[in-house]
Write a protein that binds this ligand. Structure first.
Ligand SMILES: [Zn+2]
Length: 216
């Protein structure tokens, strides 16, 4: 059994990694993990930056929404974090960042293409989730239906940011890093293609290693 402080330290280390990689500056974004008793999560509070997460400001919230006593307000996105843990037993961590390359794509209304061998193998598809019908930020109403598909592990929120989920913190963390890296690569590809008058039809077909080994 991992102690609560060890679980808090793991969340703090992930938050610092996001900050160090510039995936999330300021006090935006949020991240959480399912506690070992499985009935509750640990989450970054509202108004606290990823780089300022500490043992005494992380919040414990039960899956029914009950908050453990805290001097801090829960993250604005607490609702969608809780719902993802309720609908997917395999999810033990959620990392949500406002990283610039990916959010740029999402703000242009473009789904980030899974164009590298790694994204094809590890992600498959990163759906673009639109704003809520009245234009406000996405909630569990927009986000949960997408993640009900057990194959979806990463998504991008229009005008907002990215979500990576996983069976562990490091898996969710890697996904938000891959989303951002892929958006950057896609931007370079699309800019160079436009500069050289190329279209997607000029590119080779790309697929998974399994596709490559299929009998023709
Ligand atoms: Zn956000």
């Amino acid at each position: 059994m991992t102690s609560l402080n060890d679980q808090k330290d793991a969340l703090i280390a992930t938050a610092k990694r996001c900050f160090d990689l510039r995936l999330q500056t300021n006090a935006g974004g949020n991240l959480s993990m399912r506690l070992e008793d499985r009935d509750a999560i640990l989450i970054k509070p509202s108004g606290v930056g990823f780089n300022e997460c500490q043992r005494d400001n992380l919040q414990i919230v039960h899956l029914d929404g009950t908050l453990e006593a805290s001097a801090y307000k829960p993250s604005k996105d607490l609702g969608f974090h809780l719902d993802l843990y309720r609908i997917r037993e395999d999810i033990n961590a959620v990392v949500h960042c406002h990283s610039p390359w990916a959010t740029g794509y999402a703000s242009a209304g473009l789904e980030i293409p899974c164009l590298t061998v790694q994204t094809i193998e590890k992600i498959g598809r990163m759906p673009l989730i639109p704003l809520c019908p009245k234009g406000g930020p996405q909630t569990d109403r927009e986000i949960s239906p997408v993640f009900r598909d057990p194959k979806i592990v990463a998504a991008v929120l229009a005008n907002h940011g990215t979500i990576g989920v996983g069976s562990s913190l490091i898996k969710a963390q890697y996904l938000v890093e891959i989303i951002e890296e892929t958006a950057h690569i896609a931007f370079v590809r699309d800019t160079l293609m436009a500069a050289h008058g190329k279209t997607l039809a000029d590119l080779p077909q790309y697929g998974t290693a399994a596709d490559a080994n299929k009998e023709i």
